[in-house]
Design a protein around this ligand. Structure first.
Ligand SMILES: *[C@@H]1O[C@H](CO)[C@@H](O)[C@H](O)[C@H]1NC(C)=O
Length: 384
């Protein structure tokens, strides 16, 4: 009997020890994956109960958009999209278009289930609107896509936007239930027109007729972070056209994004304004990665540029002498090169305000910190 109980105790000890070791290694692994997260993700993805605290996300933005705290508070309407259909002029209750145009004040939009939304016309999004795709697999595809026209305080998070098609002109429902007569559009995934304080985070964007993101006509204070851009010729345009001088004031932060495979050019292309391009991963390019005209300013900081096997190894493109491109602590692989401006560039500071500033990570961490770029899979029972 005594022998048996000693044996029992031993087994018990072994069991307790193994469980302790296992739990410890789980904790260490979890901590490691947290360590590898970038500053935005670390701010909310570590919360296992994120579903009950969705609004926490608004406090996690960095860069020129600042914190998105105007989008939260006790006066927010939480609205769940239940119906993937679309009627551009008479949006039905429960549809995305109803949510983005017909609810007064702050709106936080989530989705009841996975959805493929084919928009019959471009979707106008009101100010103080958050589109939060977390927890559902949401595609906006094969039709019209997103237009942010004269709006502020918008968050677009966790959506897959692709195969956007050009649209003819015509009326659509706009903010405050006002009918807006839209001109023709080229088929961009997200187009900003005279808009500010816009945060585009963790979206997967690909294969659109024109470009993936357009920042135009005096739009500014924008952060484009954690997105996955792929299969696209013209990826991102910052600055409307060579005659639109108001874009001199444009300020855009491009951070923690994953570009590739098969992105050809404009990651981004900058006109007039200032772009802080930081901690992104570039998996090859076609013509170039970052370009600009009309005295653009760029601080390229701690990115990982992996040149394509064949073709152009040069990251930059510019067709005038008058530009200010500076590379600071970038890493170049596969023979990638970066042409700074003739005077070797002045590293223009972003001059962030306290709610915009963030710690730039070492370029060696970019492989890990961009691994989960794009719309996240957020299973029912665990963290995102
Ligand atoms: C952009 O952000 C800065 C700093 O917060 C602010 O002073 C400025 O008014 C903003 N510009 C626009 C057009 O919203």
């Amino acid at each position: 009997m005594a022998f048996k109980s000693i044996q029992g105790t031993t087994w018990c000890l072994v069991l307790v020890l193994s469980v302790t070791i296992l739990m410890n290694s789980c904790l260490v692994m979890a901590r490691r994956s947290i360590d590898k997260m970038n500053v935005i993700d670390k701010c909310w993805r570590t919360n296992t109960n994120w579903r009950s605290h969705r609004h926490q996300l608004a406090q996690c933005s960095v860069g020129y958009t600042g914190k998105m705290t105007n989008n939260i508070g006790s006066d927010v309407t939480n609205y769940k999209v239940t119906d993937p259909s679309d009627d551009p002029l008479n949006p039905k209750l429960g549809t995305l278009r109803y949510a983005t145009t017909s609810i007064a004040g702050k709106v936080w939009i989530t989705f009841e289930k996975d959805m493929n939304i084919k928009l019959a016309k471009p979707l106008l999004v009101s100010s103080f609107t958050t589109i939060d795709g977390r927890g559902a697999n949401i595609h906006i595809a094969s039709g019209g896509c997103l237009v942010l026209q004269r709006v502020t305080n918008v968050i677009i998070h966790g959506i897959r936007i692709h195969d956007c098609k050009p649209q003819g002109p015509g009326p659509v429902m706009g903010p405050n239930k006002n009918i807006v007569h839209l001109g023709p559009s080229d088929g961009d995934a997200i187009r900003m027109i005279t808009s500010s304080k816009i945060w585009i985070d963790h979206n997967t964007l690909y294969d659109c007729q024109d470009g993936l993101i357009d920042v135009t006509r005096g739009s500014t204070n924008i952060t484009i972070s954690n997105n996955w851009f792929r299969f696209q010729d013209k990826v991102m345009l910052l600055g409307h056209d060579d005659g639109y001088l108001r874009d001199k004031n444009m300020k855009v932060t491009v951070a923690f994004n994953y570009f590739g495979p098969r992105c050809h050019q404009r990651m981004p292309r900058i006109r007039f304004g200032y772009a802080h391009v930081v901690n992104n991963l570039y998996k090859g390019w076609g013509i170039y990665a970052i370009g600009g005209t009309m005295s653009p300013s760029l601080k390229s900081q701690a990115n990982l540029f992996i040149a394509p096997q064949q073709g152009n190894k040069e990251v930059t493109w510019q067709n005038q002498k008058n530009y200010n491109f500076k590379s600071v602590n970038d890493i170049f692989e596969n023979g990638a090169s970066f042409r700074e401006s003739p005077d070797n560039g002045v590293a223009l500071r972003p001059n962030y305000t306290p709610d915009q500033i963030f710690e730039v990570a070492d370029a060696r961490s970019v492989r890990d910190s961009t691994k989960s770029a794009g719309a996240l899979r957020c299973p029912r029972t665990s963290t995102c």
